[in-house]
Design a protein around this ligand. Structure first.
Ligand SMILES: NC(=O)C1=CN([C@@H]2O[C@H](COP(=O)(O)OP(=O)(O)OC[C@H]3O[C@@H](n4cnc5c(N)ncnc54)[C@H](OP(=O)(O)O)[C@@H]3O)[C@@H](O)[C@H]2O)C=CC1
Ligand SMILES: CC(=O)C(=O)O
Ligand SMILES: [Mg+2]
Length: 584
């Protein structure tokens, strides 16, 4: 980034360092700079005379956040804060996780993406990097794009070590949002930092702008992306190939998270790249792992023999099929079932009804594996009919259809089961299949519940007992998984590593959480939980002989590995001493 030629000469002992200190969103300390350092930094007179404290800065930021009237305004405020005083932003987030996570992630990030082209210029000051936009019309300029990014890095030695990449084609349950999807990589990477201590300077959000097929955006004069239709499959795969090559040429060790690609592309990219690049798909593998973890804990609460469960999915996209495959592994690994026996426990339905081999339509490749062939020619077009046929003990929603788990569906689950397991997992909130309150009310409070977006606790009117719903969202897995992956630097992410991460999350419940019947640990413990997940991932990488990192190889599976994960987490630490000792 070029520095202002207008800058008047100031006397610094080290001008470069002073300039950097003041202008970096990472380094600058705003109103906290002590009086005697202000002259060295050329700040005298440029900030109010009172010397502030970090505690005051945080209090002021929280006060302003709470004064904002809408969630979108809060999102914009937080984004600006992150891009101007990054350490304050993360301190605020870590100290107020339950309040702020829904503002930077689901559900608010959904509204922010829908509005992205209308708010983007107000999320960061000019010149501040919020991520990389790679247009399909720029495939011949990829080296220039990455070089520009490196040149603009505040710390040229700190190259990105993790990227979340989307093409905006299936953002949450909101559909094809084109370049507006950038909010998702940005939000996910903020959680990598907050929940697992990845260094914020080394995270790279990428939005592939391959056009959009959404007319609303093509006709919106404020839309910021390419105004063209998406490419055909051949062009798409060739374009992604070029980006992958350029990305890893510039950042050879980068860990790549694929996010919110349309399902067929998501599966195809994962198949194509998983053995050749250091990567994983969050919607398929991350969601699979997080729901497996909640399922393991739900099975412990339900009065059904584990192998007697009958699991019905409503929605058979990347998330539905990804979760079903992961749960299938559970029956094979934990209960010794054969693959065919395990598969027989799953029924998947989509917009056309129960997926069977003889349904009459051409099934997308990813649906074929779970398509039933034991339906004796019967077809089931709606959910209630399918439920009457399947008699599910577990109902999982990943279809992004608001309210499809209506009173009748929930009552049917309650009739079929003493403790029905109901997971409405679609995001954001507006796409959830049902709310926690509805699930409680229509099952006589007997439901075992987890949802994609967090719902508030529910107090049972007669008894005044308060129940806390689980949040089955991949945010409980991907941060720890990314921490473990960046530590172990495995050649690839194996299925066993994903399974180990899920088991670690399931086992991370403490006594109090278990006693309360929670399926997932409390969000406030997320860093502790991420250490568990990261350690399990590293151990499995060692067992699978794919770990490459020297330190991890030396530590082996010892307890020191856990400590290694813990101490490698970045913390937004700020003390009054720090600025006094800065080398300026
Ligand atoms: N909780 C979490 O951590 C996660 C949640 N999700 C959420 O899951 C949802 C789905 O994601 P993903 O699988 O990638 O999306 P897809 O668009 O690939 O899949 C959606 C599926 O829902 C089906 N569907 C659509 N309408 C209906 C309907 N009326 N009745 C039954 N099925 C229907 C579609 O059917 P058809 O195939 O016939 O079109 C498709 O199979 C999203 O809301 C996403 O936010 C995703 C990842 C993680
Ligand atoms: C949580 C997530 O990854 C999704 O809804 O797509
Ligand atoms: Mg996703």
């Amino acid at each position: 980034m070029t520095k202002s030629p207008q800058r008047s000469p100031r006397v610094f002992e080290d001008e470069e360092a002073a300039y950097h200190w003041v202008h970096s969103s990472f380094e600058n300390q705003g109103t906290v700079v002590p009086d005697d350092v202000r002259s060295k930094l050329g700040l005298r007179g440029l900030v109010p005379a009172g010397v502030d404290s970090f505690a005051n800065q945080k209090e002021r930021a929280l006060e302003q956040l709470r004064l904002k009237k809408s969630e979108l305004e809060k999102y914009m405020f937080l984004s600006w804060l992150k891009n101007t005083n990054l350490q304050l932003f993360y301190r605020l987030l870590l100290d107020n996780l339950e309040e702020i996570t829904p503002l930077i992630y689901t559900p608010t990030v959904g509204s922010a993406c829908l509005q992205y082209s209308h708010i983007q210029p107000f999320l960061a000051p000019p010149g501040q990097l919020d991520g990389l936009f790679i247009s399909i019309n720029d495939l011949d300029n990829l080296d220039e794009i990455f070089q520009n990014y490196i040149a603009a890095l505040p710390e040229p030695d700190l190259l990105p070590q993790i990227t979340v990449i989307t093409d905006g084609s299936r953002i949450l349950g909101l559909g094809d949002l084109g370049v507006n999807g950038m909010g998702i990589p940005v939000g996910k990477l903020q959680l990598y930092v907050a929940a697992a201590g990845l260094d914020p300077r080394r995270t790279l959000p990428i939005c592939l702008d391959f056009g959009t097929n959404t007319e609303r955006y093509l006709n919106d004069k404020l839309y910021l992306g390419l105004r063209q239709q998406r490419p055909d499959d051949d062009q798409f795969f060739q374009a992604v190939d070029k980006v992958m090559k350029a990305l890893t040429r510039h950042f050879p060790n980068i860990f790549i998270q694929f996010e919110d690609f349309s399902s067929e592309h998501a599966f195809a990219l994962l198949d194509k790249y998983r053995d050749h690049y250091f990567c994983f798909n969050d919607d398929i593998q991350g969601t699979g792992a997080v729901i497996l973890s909640g399922f393991i804990n739900a099975v412990k609460q339900a009065p059904v023999e584990p192998t007697q469960h009958r699991i019905l999915f409503h929605g058979a996209g990347s998330a539905g099929v990804g979760v079903a495959k992961q749960l299938m592994d559970y029956f094979v690994i934990e209960h010794g079932l054969s693959e065919e026996e395990a598969k027989a426990k799953f029924w998947l339905s989509d917009s056309k009804g129960l997926i069977t081999l003889d349904r009459g339509d051409k099934l997308a490749q990813h649906k074929v594996f779970f398509a039933r062939k034991d339906n004796e020619g019967k077809q089931f077009k709606n959910l209630l009919d399918t439920m009457d046929y399947v008699k599910p003990t577990v109902l999982i929603g990943l279809c992004a259809q608001s309210g499809v788990f209506d009173a009748k569906v929930l009552q049917r689950m309650a009739k079929l089961n003493e403790r029905p397991i109901v997971f409405p997992l679609s995001n954001p909130l507006a796409n959830a299949e049902c709310t926690f309150e509805q699930a409680m009310q229509h099952t006589d409070n007997r439901v075992i519940f987890a949802s994609g977006t967090a719902f508030p606790p529910y107090t049972i009117p007669n008894t005044q007992e308060t129940r806390i719903p689980g949040q089955g969202n991949n945010m409980y897995i991907f941060p720890g998984l990314g921490l473990g992956a960046t530590l172990a630097k495995p050649r690839c992410i194996t299925d066993k590593m994903i399974y180990a991460a899920a088991e670690a999350l399931a086992n991370s419940l403490n006594e109090e959480e278990t006693a309360k019947g929670l399926l997932y640990p409390r969000l406030t413990r997320i860093r502790e939980v991420s250490v568990d997940v990261a350690t399990a991932l590293c151990r499995q990488a060692l067992a699978d002989n794919v770990a490459k990192d020297k330190v991890v190889l030396e530590l082996g599976s010892s307890d020191a590995l856990r400590e290694h994960a813990r101490v490698n987490m970045w913390e937004p630490t700020r003390s009054a001493d720090e600025i006094m000792t800065c080398k300026i």
